[in-house]
Every structure is written in structure tokens, then in C-alpha cells.
Ligand binder design. Structure first.
Ligand SMILES: [Fe+2]
Length: 232
């Protein structure tokens, strides 16, 4: 914050001659208390279940490979952030920002994907249920819309449910890769990974079977918490 300056009015009868240096009085401003949270490097939280806990829907091998990729995105995001901080020219900054968008979006979406997976069956929370009912008419209708969004993903990408903070409503998105077709205002609360690494071993060329199996693994309390945070 800049210190306040008290300027002298040059047009009053009592103004000093112009040859006299203008004195600017600085009013000291007390330093504000630091309310910023502690900075944290991106890390992949540990899985909340054993590798094989989601079988037969998702095999232990698929989970192991996929979680390793998640860790790679965390590492890549850290590197991209450092490159962004140290870029010295426009070209290196462009490259660093591109890497940051790809690695960072991959990191954030995988974090959501794994946090919202569980071998324990759960139901949508009260807030999620209300939002789904208002937007789609009910869970079954929402499920159909979400699967249509999953089918609309061309190549590697994600089907995402998010909260739009300006329209105050749920919205679906089909992201290409991690970062393309991104709606900047959308706050993801549920994400289905449609990259082949997420399902190919278990569902080769059977994407619909994959998303139906995934549906039963959704950990709805995570969705509810994210929706509450988005609305707050
Ligand atoms: Fe993935």
C-alpha cells in the first residue's frame, strides 16, 4: 500500500514561493497484518484406499499407473511454476505458461478425480442434491446429461461438472486435454477422466462401460464440500 501524501495547495495566498522546494508530508501507514495463507507446493495427496480397492470397476494396475501420472503432473506443475518465475524473455515465458496451464490443469483435475473416488458407496449431499434437482430435474436426468458430456469429449479430455459463480448454477463442460475449452469461471466439483490411461486396460474401446462403472465410485461428500466452497 502506498503512503498517503498530503499535498500543499499552490493556489492559496499562503503558498510558498515557487523557488521554495515543495515539502511533501508522508503519513506513515501501519503495516497490515499478514492474512495470506502459507504457500504450498503442489503435491499429490496419498490415495485414500488401497490400489485394488476399486476392483473390479477399476483394476489395481490402472489405479497404480494413473496415480503415478498424477504424481508426474504435480512434479511437472512445480517445474513449470519455477520456469514461469525465472523466465527472462517473452519466448521462455510463453513456453513456461503453456507448460503451467497443461501441467497445472492436469494436476488440479487429477486431484479432484482421485479425491472423489471411493470404494464406499455414498449419496449426493443435501446441497448437491438441491443443485442437481434445480438444474437437471433429478439425479437420473443429471447422470444422463453427464454421460452425454463424457461422450462429447473428443480424444483425451475430461467431463466436468462445475459451479458457475456468476450465474449461480451447475454447468457441464467437455475439456479437450486438460486445459483447452476451459471456461475460466467454472469451478469444478466433479470430474471424469476420459484419457485412455484412465480406462483402457479395463475397458478397451468401451468408454460407456467405464463411465457407468465410475459412477458407482463417486465419493459424493467431496462433491458436496467443493460445491459448498464454490457457493460460499
Ligand atoms: Fe488421468
Amino acid at each position: 500500500m502506498y503512503p498517503r501524501r498530503r499535498h500543499m495547495n499552490l493556489h492559496t495566498p499562503n503558498s510558498p514561493p515557487l523557488s521554495t522546494p515543495i515539502i511533501t508530508q508522508l503519513t506513515p501507514v501501519p503495516s497490515a497484518p499478514n492474512v495470506l495463507p502459507v504457500q504450498q507446493a503442489p503435491t499429490a495427496p496419498p490415495l485414500g484406499f488401497p490400489d485394488n480397492a476399486l476392483e473390479p470397476a477399476l483394476s489395481a494396475q490402472t489405479i497404480r499407473i494413473h496415480y503415478q501420472l498424477f504424481q508426474n503432473y504435480a512434479t511437472g506443475f512445480n517445474a513449470a511454476l519455477q520456469e514461469t518465475a525465472s523466465a527472462k524473455d517473452e519466448s521462455s515465458m510463453q513456453q513456461a505458461l503453456r507448460a503451467s496451464a497443461f501441467q497445472g490443469s492436469g494436476y488440479a483435475l487429477h486431484k479432484l478425480y482421485f479425491a472423489a473416488l471411493s470404494p464406499q458407496p455414498s449419496q449426493p449431499g443435501m446441497l448437491t442434491m438441491q443443485a442437481i434437482a434445480r438444474q437437471y430435474g433429478g439425479v437420473t436426468a443429471f447422470q444422463n446429461r453427464f454421460f452425454l458430456a463424457a461422450a462429447a469429449v473428443e480424444g483425451p479430455g475430461w467431463a466436468v461438472l462445475g459451479w458457475h459463480p456468476e450465474l449461480h448454477e451447475l454447468q457441464l463442460a467437455a475439456l479437450s486435454k486438460h486445459q483447452d475449452s476451459h471456461i475460466a469461471t467454472l469451478m469444478p466439483i466433479l470430474a471424469l477422466d476420459m484419457w485412455e490411461h484412465a480406462y483402457w486396460l479395463d475397458y478397451p474401446a468401451q468408454k460407456a462401460d467405464y463411465w457407468h462403472a465410475w459412477w458407482n465410485l463417486i465419493y459424493w461428500p467431496e462433491v458436496e464440500n467443493r460445491l459448498m466452497a464454490a457457493i460460499a
